[in-house]
Design a protein around this ligand. Structure first.
Ligand SMILES: [Zn+2]
Length: 346
């Protein structure tokens, strides 16, 4: 059997699945759907499960002969259309995604041209246009034509972070389904199923990924935890040392941070997250993101006052803004480190 993406295998989006199953069972499929939610919460996986369920031969027959319970409204994963969709070579499942982070008008024109022809073999041709916020305005306006006059036997599924990233005329023509961040328990289940990951890493990453599975995978793959532990450890000893040596240590630290240019933004994110946790720890320990480092956090929180932490957060914020406008990374990080050291001295 092909590796199938079916509704019942989707983790953590019961609301979206139920709604889509209801449309399929009742034959009330909207021409256009808009899935919104953070990256890595299952929007594209759900779009594929939807495309499969719309075309599954066994499900079609079940719906025709009796009204199945919603739990049973799902693709079989094994009939011809299901296999082709799972293996990503069904001619009527069309995927459009950003190229170099933009969806250009040429891509939408190619799509419009394809949609002037009848579907090859599908009951329901499904267009999955992911990261719709990446459409430039020309592309967005061109897509409107399809939304205004949907071609026969064709369904559009758009995915985006949030509705405010899209033209209101696009949003108003779509049935909107909101995807929630995944719960830590769901992330743990997915990571455990992926296999080969240390249980401690699963625990740490599930708390840190903000409900996004793709971010969880990225955190594990990028040796993010090692970098975080180094940053936490360095900040701890620098905050403890208030003398001239402390300032030197802060500068040596910023020099190391500046060396890995492509990781600077991620490192600053780690620092901000840690400083945020130092504030939250005092009042709301269960809301701490670095749950696996509570002991270090408790020590760190005793070393500096709330005002000092806020000043340090400001320093990191300023550095991030400056770096995004292409300032010299080394100078910016040195300035940040000196401000952070200064905050400890006050
Ligand atoms: Zn099937």
């Amino acid at each position: 059997m092909a590796t199938a993406t079916v509704f019942n295998a989707i983790v953590g989006q019961p609301h979206a699945s139920r709604l889509l199953k209801t449309f399929i069972r009742n034959g009330t499929l909207p021409h256009a759907l808009l899935f919104t939610g953070d990256a890595g919460v299952g929007k594209k996986t759900t779009a594929t499960a939807f495309a499969m369920a719309c075309n599954c031969l066994k499900l079609k027959s079940a719906i025709r002969h009796h009204r199945p319970h919603l739990d049973a409204v799902d693709a079989c994963g094994d009939c011809g259309p299901c296999r082709k969709i799972a293996e990503n070579h069904h001619p009527d499942i069309i995927r459009v995604a950003p190229l170099s982070s933009v969806i250009r008008i040429a891509q939408i024109r190619t799509l419009l041209k394809a949609l002037t022809l009848k579907p090859n073999e599908a009951d329901r041709r499904v267009v999955i246009l992911s990261d719709a916020q990446a459409m430039n305005p020309e592309a967005g306006n061109a897509l409107l034509k399809v939304l205004e006059e949907p071609p026969d036997r064709t369904l559009l599924v758009l995915t985006a972070r949030q509705t405010s990233d899209l033209l209101p005329t696009i949003v108003s023509r779509c049935q909107h389904i909101r995807f929630s961040p995944l719960r830590a328990a769901d992330i743990k289940q997915l990571l455990a199923a992926a296999g080969g990951i240390e249980p401690e890493s699963i625990e740490a990453v599930a708390a840190l990924c903000g409900g996004s599975y793709s971010r969880a995978v990225k955190l594990i793959d990028s040796r993010w935890l090692n970098r975080r532990d180094w940053i936490i450890q360095a900040m701890g000893s620098q905050m403890a040392d208030h003398g001239e040596l402390g300032v030197r240590a802060w500068l040596a630290w910023s020099e190391i941070l500046a060396k890995k240019k492509d990781l600077i933004e991620e490192s600053l994110e780690i620092i901000t997250m840690w400083l945020r946790d130092m504030l939250v720890f005092r009042t709301d320990p269960h809301r701490v993101l670095n749950q696996d480092r509570l002991e270090a956090l408790s020590t760190a929180a005793k070393q500096v006052s709330q005002t000092q932490v806020l000043q340090q957060i400001d320093a990191v914020d300023c550095a991030l803004t400056a770096l995004r406008s292409n300032t010299n990374a080394r100078l910016t990080l040195d300035a940040m480190a000196l401000q952070m050291a200064g905050a400890c001295l006050r």
